[in-house]
Design a protein around this ligand. Structure first.
Ligand code: SF4
Length: 454
């Protein structure tokens, strides 16, 4: 269940309370936040438990078979614990699948259909008669901690990667107007967010559906494209981190903004593989040598650039030679952070019908070998930062009393931490200068810069 405030009694009548279970990726989390924000604005209470809720919304993920299974289990749990359930999210794009498993759900709506979810809620649990009784924070309700937030800039995707059904579930790319994104970003920064994590299915493609339409922002002539959006976001004074950037040539234009300190020197680019044969089968850009050249060029422009990526191993037809190409690419690219997934067939994805499936144990073995290589690279790169003074953003305190923080090169939840010893307690969201004193495979150790021995 979400951790939003519990319901309260007002004027002797308890307000209708909604519980929300949010599954899946950051994009789904943003959808959940929008639903919660609208519900609070309409006067509903948000229940932190099944028992306190009059109705439960389950925001599902339908990407992988395992995620579908988890979503169906979550719906079953909500039905067992509460009994009144509305389903939304990616799995909601296939209502018959949900209704076959759980015919008693009240309604099913698809992904990013906030209006449809609200209509279904209104039909089954009418809003209270006095909406807007409570102040909704101008930045909306967030499921992330109070010092950072995800900022969704578009819905859907115009690519057609063969292993992915996101375009089928969420449709083609629809970019949010830049003024609307900037208004949300400003409200988030005003509400205390120190870091905004820019997210969409394909962040580099922002504005493509509008043909990069011209727009005026505070008298400045801009176009609806990622470079201009990054420039505008960079004026807000928060850390701006870009996620899910497809490796288009125009990504090159973002790197100078990172070198100038306008946005964080961080690129999350899902390369997925490095064998041209496998990349073609994935329907992804297939020129790894050009990617290596571009990474080298980016690092010349912005030497401290951190690159995060994800890869899929065990894709149908992946030979040992293809996998060796991937390892060689990783060795040459020396990426900072890497995630690796074993290919999983997804119903409706063209790749699921490809011949030559890779046996699961072979794919798992390749994943382990890839991660072992990356762990060595990661440890070497982190060791190279010992002695540096860096700003870090504090996320909290651990059981040992150390500040748990992140550098500009680490996104929350997926990347490493900087554990700061000997610092006075400070609130989450504080930015501190620290001196790096140690490193392991994924994390760094540090002391406050002012107290560090020189
Ligand atoms: S870029 Fe490819 S993997 Fe990512 S959402 Fe679009 S189609 Fe799916």
């Amino acid at each position: 269940m979400s951790t939003a405030p519990a319901s309260r009694v007002r004027r002797g009548r308890r307000r209708p309370a909604i519980g929300l279970v949010s599954l899946g990726c950051a994009k789904a989390l943003v959808d959940s936040e929008r639903i919660l924000t609208r519900l609070r604005a309409e006067g509903y209470a948000i229940a932190p438990s099944y028992q306190g809720a009059d109705l439960v919304v389950v925001n599902t993920c339908g990407f992988l078979i395992s995620a579908r299974r988890e979503s169906l289990e979550a719906i079953g749990e909500a039905l067992a614990e509460n009994g009144r359930v509305i389903v939304t999210g990616c799995l909601g794009a296939e209502p018959q699948r949900i209704l076959e498993a759980h015919p008693e759900v009240l309604a099913v709506t698809g992904p990013h259909r906030t209006e449809a979810v609200l209509e279904a809620i209104h039909a089954h649990l009418p809003p209270p008669h006095a909406p807007f009784l409570d102040l909704v924070p101008p930045a909306g309700l967030k499921l992330t901690p109070a010092h950072y937030a995800w900022l969704k800039i578009a819905e859907g995707c115009h690519n057609r990667c063969s292993f992915c059904i996101i375009p089928k579930l969420r449709g083609d790319l629809v970019s949010r107007p830049m003024a609307e994104i900037l208004a949300e970003a400003e409200a988030l920064v005003r509400s205390g967010r120190k870091e905004l994590l820019v997210v969409s299915q394909d962040t580099g493609a922002y504005g493509l559906d509008t043909r990069f339409a011209p727009v005026t922002i505070d008298g400045r002539e801009r176009r609806t494209r990622i470079l201009d959006l990054a420039l505008e976001l960079g004026r807000l004074g928060a850390w701006i981190r870009l996620h899910y950037v497809y490796p288009y040539p125009h990504v090159d234009e973002l790197v100078p903004l990172m070198a100038e300190g306008r946005i964080l020197p961080y690129l999350d680019i899902p390369f997925q593989h490095a064998s041209p044969r496998i990349l073609r089968a994935m329907r992804r850009p297939a020129a790894p040598e050009r990617v290596l050249d571009r990474i080298a060029q980016w690092r010349r422009i912005c030497p401290e650039l951190a690159i995060r990526s994800t890869f899929i191993v065990g894709f149908p037809g992946e030979s040992e030679a293809d996998f060796a190409e991937l390892l060689a690419f990783l060795e040459a690219a020396r990426l900072d952070r890497v995630g690796c997934f074993v290919f999983e067939p997804v119903e409706g994805a063209p790749a699921s019908d490809l011949p030559e499936p890779v046996p699961e144990e072979v794919a798992e073995d390749r994943r382990a070998r890839l991660m072992a290589l990356q762990e060595r690279i990661s440890a070497e790169k982190l060791a190279g930062r010992i002695g540096r003074i860096e700003p870090v953003l504090v996320d909290g305190v651990d059981e040992a009393g150390r500040l748990v923080a992140r550098s500009r090169f680490d996104a929350p939840e997926v990347d490493g931490r900087v554990l700061v010893e000997g610092a006075a307690p400070v609130p989450a969201g504080t930015i501190l200068e620290v001196r790096i004193t140690g490193a392991d495979t994924h994390d760094l150790f540090a002391v406050p810069a002012a107290e560090a021995p020189s």
